[in-house]
Ligand binder design. Sequence first.
Ligand code: ATP
Ligand code: MG
Length: 427
Amino acid sequence: MANNIQAIRGMHDITPEQTPYWQQLESVVRDVLHAYGYREIRMPLVEKTELFKRSIGEVTDIVEKEMYTFEDRNGDSLTLRPEGTASCVRACLENGLLHNQTQRLWYMGPMFRHERPQKGRYRQFQQIGVEVFGMEGPDIDAEMILMSARILKALGLFDSVTLHINTLGTPEARAGYREKLVEYLSLHRDKLDEDSLRRLESNPLRILDSKNPAMQQLIEDAPRLMDHLDEASEAHFDRLKAYLDAEGIRYVVNPRLVRGLDYYSRSVFEWITDQLGAQGTVLAGGRFDGLVEQLGGKPTPAIGFAMGIERLVALLEDQGRAMPADNMPHVYLMAMGHEAEMKAMQLAESLRNELSGLRVLLHCGGGSFKSQMKRADKVGARYALILGDDELAGGVIAVKDLEKGEQEHRSLEEVTGYLASSLGLNK
Ligand code: ATP
Ligand code: MG
């Protein structure tokens, strides 16, 4: 037997059993985003490699080792997007969306990172991302956090997560701090792991983000950015906290929250759960005031966040949330014999015409009464409608309530009204 071709490691199918969770999550999130006036934007999955190098930063995990980069047939270097922010900024600039206007935008789709696959960490994964342009905050920073809180509440996950916030200050303030940090870390070179040694010169702040247990004490004792903040960033952060306090949103100020990418500044935040092992961040974001200019636009303040859908779905599944039943068929329509089959097809069409929202599954492919009834049970239909020779002759149809196990005959004219009232659908 030939070997079956398998999916690429870290890239998963989402089966029909799982899609209801996804669909429910997507629609809940979409409703909340629209309630705050965010509009959807859709970008290509592939961009010029240069875009990510310039925005994310050369010395980041993503650019150093996670990108799916390839040459297309013209010899151009292209990359499957590892995240959405860079593409979103590019799209805004290219479409003139930032000329004298602010934008509240969202997008949804797959991202690609060549990471070591494990629970909650995949090579193709799905994000819903949100970006705002042209607002300096901290009011909009607070709005974004409130919106993310509302999303988590709407999903029933609010009690499973904790909000961590931090401020990274301005790039200038960070530069001063960076020197202090490098000085401190250089004194403890012997305790740095290989990654950290490499980052010591290029991106020392990222060392604070290290998950290596052996380095935790060193990180704990490191000088804090919080103590080297510029006054304006400090005031911005205080005001953000005041907004959150006023709304009763609880948070942890986490000085080690530095985010992985170069482009962040000032407010950063993450919603973290302890229910998914090491992959605990389900939603993460922050301000990136320098990025638009870095990509060729006018200086434009900006802030955004992205949530990892696989991790949110995993939380929903772990909590044993009942599968949303709204894609189960209401009716399984069975027919025995050629004439009845023809009639059944017509009936299925007319039921769908007359009852909007009715989900009718027509049995196709013939077979015995018993085998058809088995199928009706298996798909979880509420009613089986049965058309056999007797029913045809009598101009009626058998209606079996599969929940109660009761069966009765109804006239073909009657059946629409009966389904409408028993299923609560509008005729
Ligand atoms: P992590 O620290 O877990 O690697 P990150 O900082 O790289 O996350 P972001 O780039 O901020 O992640 O992406 C936002 C969110 O997208 C994350 O909080 C997470 O929920 C999700 N995410 C990131 N990488 C992956 C992945 N490889 N597989 C699944 N979800 C992911
Ligand atoms: Mg990562």
